[in-house]
Design a protein around this ligand. Structure first.
Ligand SMILES: [Fe+2]
Ligand SMILES: [Fe+2]
Length: 336
C-alpha cells in the first residue's frame, strides 16, 4: 500500500507553510523557477526550509505507512487458503517493506536519520495512514485491502511520480508499478470469492461494507479543510486535491464492484450525468479523526507489534555494525 493524503496534521512548527513569503530572495526565485518549469529539486540544491520540512513529514509518514501496512495483511500469511495465495501474499507484503525502504532513503536525503524517524514512529509522534488501524477479520479483508486500499494508494501516488523533489518522484515510479500488481491481486481474491459459494460471496460483501468508508476517508479531509494543500500545490508536491482524487477513485471503483456483483454500502451513490461523475454520501469525519488521533480499533496493537519487531531485530543491526567494523579494520590493516 499505502497512503492517505498526508496533509492531515497541522504542523505549527512550520510557519512558512501558511503562505509564500511576500518577497522572494534570489535563491528562492531560482528554486521556484525550477519548480515552475517542471524541473527537479535534488538533495544538494537550495530549498526553502518549509519545503524541506513538508517533504520530510510527508515522505517519512509515507514510509511509516508502508511498514505499518505490512501488519494487517502479514497476519494472514499463515492462514492464506492455498499455497498460491500464500506465495502471492508474501511477495506483496515484502514489496511493502521495499517501499518503506525506498522512502526512508528518500527522506534521509532531507537530513533526518533512519533512527530519528523510527523513534518518531515508535513514540507516536509521527503518523501513518489511519487505514491500517482497522482489523482484518477474514480472508476477504486481504482481498478488499488489495483492491481498495492499494487501489486508493495508486490514485494518490501516480501524481507523486511528478513531484518536484527528485528522490521522492523516482521512488514513486517503481512503487506505483508494484501497487498496480497489489491492486490486481486484491481484485482477483474478491473475484474468486464472488464466484464461489454464497457464504464466500457474503464474506466479500462484508469486507467491502467495512472497508469502503475508511478507504474514502483515506484521501484526507475535504479540500475546504485541508491545511497544507495550497502551498504544496505551488511547490508541485501535491498536484491533485483530496476531493478530486476521491472522486476519481469512486468513479473507477463503482464499475468494478458491479462486475463483482457486490453492493457499495452507500444509499446516496448515484451516477450524475450532469457532472459526469458519481455522487456519493457523506463521510463520517468524526470517525476518521478519532482513528487518526489514536483511538481506532487497532492503533495500540499496531504500534506495539512494530516496536516489538524493532526490538527483536536489534541483534541483526548489532551484527551488521560489528561486521562493517571488522571489514573496515581489515582494510586498514591491509592498507598499512
Ligand atoms: Fe506500498
Ligand atoms: Fe501496496
Amino acid at each position: 500500500m499505502y497512503t492517505q493524503s498526508m496533509d492531515t496534521q497541522p504542523d505549527r512548527s512550520a510557519p512558512a507553510e501558511k503562505g509564500p513569503a511576500t518577497v522572494m530572495g534570489p535563491e528562492e526565485q531560482r528554486f521556484q523557477a525550477t519548480v515552475d518549469a517542471e524541473g527537479k529539486i535534488e538533495p544538494r540544491d537550495w530549498m526553502p526550509e518549509a519545503y524541506r520540512k513538508t517533504l520530510l513529514r510527508q515522505i517519512s509518514q509515507h514510509a511509516h505507512s508502508e511498514i505499518i501496512g505490512m501488519l494487517p495483511e502479514g497476519n494472514w500469511i499463515s492462514r492464506a487458503p492455498s499455497l498460491k495465495r500464500k506465495a502471492i501474499l508474501i511477495a506483496k507484503v515484502q514489496d511493502e517493506a521495499g517501499h518503506g525502504l525506498y522512502l526512508y532513503s528518500a527522506a534521509e536525503t532531507l537530513g533526518q536519520s533512519r533512527d530519528q524517524m523510527m523513534a518518531a514512529l515508535h513514540t507516536g509522534r509521527a503518523k501513518y495512514s489511519s487505514i491500517f488501524n482497522y482489523p482484518t477479520l477474514t480472508w476477504a479483508d486481504v482481498g478488499a485491502i488489495g483492491w481498495l486500499v492499494d487501489g486508493a494508494a495508486i490514485m494518490n501516488q501516480i501524481p507523486l511520480c511528478r513531484c518536484s523533489y527528485g528522490p521522492y518522484a523516482r521512488a514513486m515510479i517503481r512503487v506505483c508499478k508494484e501497487e498496480s500488481f497489489h491492486q490486481r491481486q486484491g481484485f482477483d481474491i474478491m473475484l474468486s470469492l464472488c464466484k464461489g459459494t454464497a457464504s464466500q460471496k457474503a464474506m466479500a460483501q462484508d469486507a467491502l461494507d467495512r472497508w469502503w468508508w475508511p478507504v474514502l476517508a483515506m484521501f484526507g479531509p475535504p479540500d475546504a479543510d485541508s491545511v497544507h494543500s495550497g502551498q504544496s500545490a505551488k511547490w508541485k508536491i501535491k498536484r491533485v486535491s483530496n476531493d478530486e482524487l476521491r472522486q476519481k477513485f469512486v468513479d473507477v471503483t463503482v464499475p468494478q464492484a458491479e462486475l463483482l456483483g457486490l453492493r457499495i454500502p452507500d444509499d446516496h451513490l448515484e451516477w450524475n450525468a450532469e457532472r459526469n461523475h458519481y455522487d456519493y454520501g457523506a463521510i463520517d469525519w468524526d470517525d476518521f479523526w478519532r482513528v487518526v488521533n489514536g483511538d481506532g480499533p487497532c492503533n495500540k496493537e499496531r504500534l506495539a507489534t512494530r516496536v516489538k519487531a524493532y526490538e527483536n531485530g536489534q541483534w541483526v543491526r548489532d551484527a551488521a555494525v560489528a561486521y562493517a567494523n571488522k571489514q573496515k579494520a581489515r582494510q586498514h590493516k591491509e592498507a598499512a
